[in-house]
Each structure stands twice: as structure tokens, then as C-alpha cells.
Design a protein around this ligand. Structure first.
Ligand SMILES: [Zn+2]
Length: 493
């Protein structure tokens, strides 16, 4: 069905940053925070999963943590999520050895705010990175900062322009390597995964040579699945070897060869190229996992693979992402594996959110979050450890709010999604969508009465609450180089 909710304009014009409020969260002084973390770490009994099997019962096991974000990766294009193409053998194996979350959702549909949520546990309304020229302020407390304070060695290797250090997401990382973004800035077509994986394995080799290696927290942002879709051979023809047309995955966003109403056969080919990028990227992630295995690190490492958002191929009239908050760009994969510590082959069916990851990883590491970390109250992040430990793999769906630049707000719950749209004149419209295996469809008026009213009320309370709080963001000036890079990706118009 065609989209009924409007696409907000990209860029600064769509800014809806809330004014500072009186009940803004008081940031902890950095030193005080460190003391709190150390105290809490010392006292904390680690999660049951992390403690079981520990050789020394007095010392909580502290895993290494490898957190991988594969940009723009749709879960339904992975074998372990039921896709018919063999795009993801490495991830399928990882899921078989660990826990796969069947319904994980992003708080938005683009890179910058999604990663800020992944690092802080805050929604876009809370961290405030909702337009292109905003960065995380030093007041924000990130997952890397908490782990570093608890003694972790921290490093990040990033591949996309919204992960540049200018956006403040390097907080807490000893090493934050953005060299690949600079090297490949002129092209969306270059294949960056081998380089990113190589940097990561080089760092791991150095880490192993340290006198007293603390556990590591490595964040790896893999970029190749993000458009353009131009995978190197043989991945360019892997899933559509017989195509004889002329359409490519080049200039996917900015060009018009990929457009609504295009020949379905050509669109099929574009999707096959997207799938080729997935297979290529997953293959290279496999070389990193092989490296962990070969160095004897696999059993001590919690591996988490997710994405920042999905991708659309006109299911609702749009291509790419950052256009709306329909499921093709809102849902993300989430797989966690820690051999011997997390259940094997478990599937969690309940809805979970990217914002739940920081608390979950801290719990797995046996590190208590500092007071004031993320946020409390309705919609707050949850530690997913109990859900992973549950034989049923099912608990209540965690209600998931979504935001796109203050123009669209969604509330996704069990079987339903409320979409609130504000048009340029400030007029607000609410729509209720019903979710099932075939996707989402607008509810008939008969279906939407009491449920719609209840969801509208919860969404109103959510918005009022964040409107009173000061976001943890600062405005930044984009360099000419960064502006050019983002324009080439179609982000600044
Ligand atoms: Zn992204």
C-alpha cells in the first residue's frame, strides 16, 4: 500500500529541538561517575549467565565485547531470519550458537541518531541528535565511557560519515579510528569491510601484546551494505547472474534509475546487488570471527551483531532510509553469542530495542551502570539478560518509540504501530497500523477506536516528558568536506 505518512525534509530545516527544561538530567561529574562505577563494579554480583561456569567464583567473569553495527542491514535479508538467499552463513552460524532476537527495532531510520541511542540508551528525543549538524555533548554518558571506567580497553573502527569524531560518539574510546571514512569519502562504491576488519585485527594483535591485558570492548561499524550497491566480484553477480539489463546500484539515492514504478525486473537486480553487499560484508566479518577463534579468544568474547536501521525498496513508496518509520527501515537484526554463557540457538520473539543494548552489555560484563545512565520511567531501556535466559524466549513486548527528526513519531507495540505525523503547518495526524507477517497495513476505522486512544495518550505523555528535558546534544558546524560527503549520499538537499 502507498505511504500515507509524509516524508520529512532532510537537513536542518526539519529541526525540532526542544528548548532546555527545568528538569534536565544533571550530568554527573566525570570523576564522580568513575568512582561510582568502580564502587558498583566491585559490589555487583554479575548476571547469572555471566557467573555460571566461572572458574573462580569470587571473581565475576568479564567477557571481551565485540559490538558490530552493519549499516542499513535488513533482518529479513539474512538466512537466519528466513531469507531464501544464502546471504549470511556466518551470521546464521552465530545465531545458531547464540541468541537471535526476532523483533528488534531501531528508534529511527538513519545512522546518526540510531548510533547515539546504541551508545547512550537514550531515544533521539533524549540525546538530541535529530538533524545533521548535531553532536553528542560531553555531558552524555556512553557505554564506552562506562566500560572504560570499569577497566576495559576500548577501541572503535568506523566506516561511515555519521560516525566521524565530530559527532562526539568517540567518547570513552582509547582508539577511535575514522581513517576509512576519510580514505573512502569520495565514493560510496569502495569496499571498506576488508580494511575495517584489518584495522580491528591489527588492534587486537597489539592488545594481546599488552603486559596486563584488560578485557576489550571493540565497536566495529561496517559500511558496505549502505548504498551504493556495488559489491566487488563475485558478489556483484552472485544472486542475479542472468541479468542482462542496464540498471546498476550506483547513485542509488541521488540518481533516478532506481525509482518508484521502475521495471520490477530491474528492481529485482538492485535488490540482488544489495544482497551481494550483505554477503560480501558478512564474509569479511567472518574473517574477524575466525581471527578470534584462531587466537583462542572466541570463548571469552561476547559478540553482538546488529544494525542502525533497515532499507526500503518501495514497499511503502520510498527507497533507502530516513524517509519514514515503516518496518523495512525500522527493524534491525540482533544476534548475541557468547559460547558457554548465553543459550545456544535461542530465538527471542518479543520486541526489543536498540536502546536496550547498553544496559544488556553492561550486565553481561558485570558492570553496574552509573546512576543516571540512560533514563528511567515508561519506555526505559531494559537489560535483556532475563529474556535471553527464559526458555520460552518470550516476555512482554517492550514498547518502542520511534522518531524521525521530530516530524514523525511512532509507538510500536504488540501487533500495532501508531504513527503521528506533523506537517509543515504544524497539523498533527495519527494513523494506526496493524502488524502481521505480511508487514503493516492501515487499520480500518472499526479496528482503531479504543486502542488508538490508548496509544495516543501514551505517545502524548512520552512527547511531553522529553519536551521538558534538555537534550544532550550540541550544534556543530559541518566542514565543507563533510557537507560534500553527506550531499553525495543524498542526505543534505
Ligand atoms: Zn545507517
Amino acid at each position: 500500500m502507498p505511504s500515507r505518512h509524509a516524508s520529512p525534509a532532510g537537513g536542518r530545516s526539519a529541526a525540532r529541538l526542544e528548548p532546555p527544561g527545568e528538569d534536565a538530567p544533571a550530568p554527573l561529574a566525570r570523576r564522580a561517575r568513575s568512582q561510582l562505577v568502580r564502587l558498583a563494579t566491585g559490589l555487583l554480583c554479575c548476571s547469572a549467565a555471566a557467573c555460571s561456569g566461572s572458574e573462580d567464583d569470587t571473581a565475576p567473569a568479564r567477557p571481551n565485547i565485540l559490538l558490530v553495527s552493519i549499516d542499513s542491514l535488513r533482518p529479513d535479508h539474512l538466512g537466519c531470519y528466513g531469507y531464501e538467499r544464502d546471504t549470511s552463513p556466518v551470521l546464521d552460524e552465530l545465531a545458531a550458537r547464540g541468541v537471535r532476537f526476532d523483533q528488534a527495532v531501531s528508534p529511527t531510520s538513519w545512522t546518526l541518531p540510531a548510533h547515539a541511542t546504541l551508545f547512550t540508551g537514550l531515544p533521539p528525543e533524549g540525546h538530541g541528535l535529530r538533524v545533521d549538524a548535531t553532536a553528542l555533548s560531553d555531558e552524555a554518558v556512553t557505554l564506552a565511557e562506562v566500560l572504560a571506567d570499569a577497566g576495559y580497553a576500548t577501541a572503535a573502527f568506523v566506516g561511515g560519515p555519521f560516525l566521524r569524531t565530530m559527532y562526539g560518539m568517540d567518547q570513552g574510546f582509547e582508539v577511535y579510528d575514522e581513517s576509512v571514512v576519510k580514505e573512502f569519502r569520495a565514493s560510496q562504491k569502495g569496499a571498506t569491510s576488508p580494511r575495517l576488519v584489518g584495522l580491528t585485527t591489527d588492534w587486537l594483535d597489539d592488545w594481546e601484546r599488552r603486559d596486563e591485558p584488560a578485557p576489550f570492548f571493540v565497536f566495529l561499524h561496517l559500511w558496505d551494505v549502505h548504498y551504493d550497491y556495488a559489491p566487488p566480484p563475485p558478489y556483484d553477480s552472485l544472486f542475479d547472474p542472468d541479468y542482462e539489463g542496464s540498471v546498476t546500484g550506483d547513485d542509488f539515492e541521488t540518481g533516478n534509475q532506481v525509482r518508484l514504478g521502475m521495471d520490477p525486473r530491474d528492481l529485482e537486480h538492485v535488490v540482488a546487488l544489495y544482497d551481494g553487499e550483505i554477503a560480501y560484508t558478512v564474509h569479511h566479518l567472518g574473517t574477524l570471527l575466525d581471527h578470534l577463534e584462531a587466537r583462542g579468544l572466541a570463548d571469552d568474547t561476547l559478540v553482538v551483531v546488529t544494525s542502525d536501521h533497515g532499507e526500503e525498496f518501495f514497499e511503502h513508496g520510498a527507497k533507502g532510509h530516513r524517509k519514514n518509520l515503516f518496518d523495512p527501515s525500522l527493524r534491525v537484526p540482533l544476534i548475541m553469542s557468547w559460547p558457554g554463557r548465553l543459550p545456544e540457538g535461542r530465538v527471542v520473539e518479543s520486541q526489543v530495542r536498540l536502546q536496550d543494548l547498553p544496559l544488556t552489555l553492561l550486565a553481561q560484563a558485570g558492570v553496574a551502570p552509573p546512576v543516571g545512565f540512560a533514563f528511567a520511567g515508561p519506555g526505559a531501556p531494559q537489560d535483556l539478560t532475563p529474556l535471553m535466559a527464559s526458555d520460552a524466549g518470550r516476555g512482554p513486548d517492550l514498547e518502542a518509540f520511534g522518531d524521525l527528526q521530530g516530524v514523525l513519531t511512532t509507538l510500536r507495540g504488540e501487533g500495532v504501530k501508531l504513527v503521528r505525523t506533523t506537517d509543515r503547518g504544524g497539523v498533527v495526524e495519527h494513523e494506526l497500523y496493524l502488524l502481521d507477517e505480511d508487514g503493516e497495513s492501515l487499520a480500518a476505522d472499526d479496528d482503531s477506536g479504543p486502542r488508538l486512544a490508548e496509544l495516543r495518550q501514551r505517545m502524548l505523555e512520552w512527547k511531553q516528558r522529553w519536551a521538558r528535558r534538555r537534550p544532550l546534544s550540541v550544534e556543530i558546524e559541518l566542514s565543507d568536506e563533510q557537507t560534500e560527503h553527506l550531499r553525495a549520499l543524498g542526505y543534505l538537499r
